[in-house]
Write a new protein. Structure first.
Length: 317
């Protein structure tokens, strides 16, 4: 049994296989209608989510399976003091696979130590978001045709942004990757990502203070929201929330085929006029949400499947 907790839990070859399969799903939707018939997905979302939770739900339904779960920790037994370990022990009796979103880093990893069915990390605090990363890689492949020899700029909240951390880990395994980090001082990329990922893998990176100085060299611009929910000091949040805003004027300095990615939700870091610009015809942030439906479906059938254990008696935990 395999779990998907971090981006590096799967090899580059497996990533390529998932991307190719996702492309086949997009091209041959009917072919996959019944591949998960009789299977159940449990979505355990201890933290608010719109796209991630609904895309997992939609993916399982598109594949012929069923979905159960909760979208708010307040509606679960965690309010009574139940641990993640006990929750997944029980839910594993009802479902074949679990997608978990949690505000605490490492919660899905803990769950994987106790679960009898595969765990997919749907985002844990500021740590990782591997299925969003797979979506990003699929999007890049569709827009630019390759994952190597790319210069990608990460802009906004690089300190708490789990999608940023996960994508940097994934891209560090491809030849010729160059990274540009665009963030205010208080939201710069954590040192452990720079040293343990970039330096150890020979990834060239540099930090800059403005979007304008690097727009012309980027193949991809990855915009992120400054996440109010990660701040304990609201004054600091107010100070940095509008530091970087992408607008049509800035887009005029970009390469003709530069792709703009955003994991969503958007607040005000991408101006509405960018939606209407003709300077950047391959902007893909809205398409990412729909692609997530297809890519989220892959783990349900591409790896080993766990069979549901039917139990006639109460589960002792």
């Amino acid at each position: 049994m395999r779990h998907l907790i971090d981006t590096t839990d799967i090899s580059v070859a497996e990533v390529d296989h998932i991307i190719n399969t996702a492309l086949d799903i997009i091209a041959n939707r009917e072919k996959y209608r019944e591949v998960c018939k009789g299977k159940k997905l449990a979505t355990l979302f201890y933290e608010p989510s719109t796209r991630t939770r609904l895309s997992f739900t939609s993916a399982m339904m598109e594949l012929g399976g069923n979905v159960l779960g909760f979208s708010d920790a307040a509606s679960s037994s965690v309010t009574k003091g139940e641990t993640v370990a006990d929750t997944v022990r029980v839910i594993g009796c009802f479902a074949d696979i679990i997608a978990m979103r949690h505000s605490k880093e490492g919660a899905p990893l803990v769950a994987s130590h106790y679960s009898e069915v595969p765990i997919i990390n749907a985002g844990d605090g500021s740590h990782a978001h591997p299925t969003q990363t797979l979506t990003d890689l699929l999007t890049i492949t569709r827009e630019l045709g390759h994952l190597d020899n790319l210069t990608i700029g990460f802009c906004g909240d690089l300190l708490y942004g789990r999608t940023v951390h996960s994508l940097i880990k994934a891209l560090s395994r491809y030849e010729g990757t160059k990274i540009v980090l665009i963030a205010p001082d208080s939201l710069r990329l954590p040192d452990y990502i720079k040293h343990d990922i970039c330096d150890k893998n020979g990834i060239e990176y540099r930090e800059v203070s403005t979007l304008e100085e690097v727009m012309g060299e980027l193949d991809i611009l990855y915009m992120t929201r400054v996440q109010q929910e990660r701040f304990t000091d609201l004054d600091e949040y107010e100070r940095v929330k509008d530091c970087f805003v992408l607008d049509a004027a800035k887009m005029r300095g970009a390469k003709e085929r530069m792709a703009v990615l955003h994991p969503l939700p958007r607040v005000n870091e991408i101006a509405i006029d960018v939606d209407r610009t003709h300077v950047q015809p391959t902007s893909v942030r809205w398409r990412m949400a729909s692609l997530y439906v297809w890519l989220s479906s892959i783990p349900f059938w591409s790896g080993p499947r766990s069979r549901l254990r039917l139990r006639r008696h109460l589960v002792s935990i």
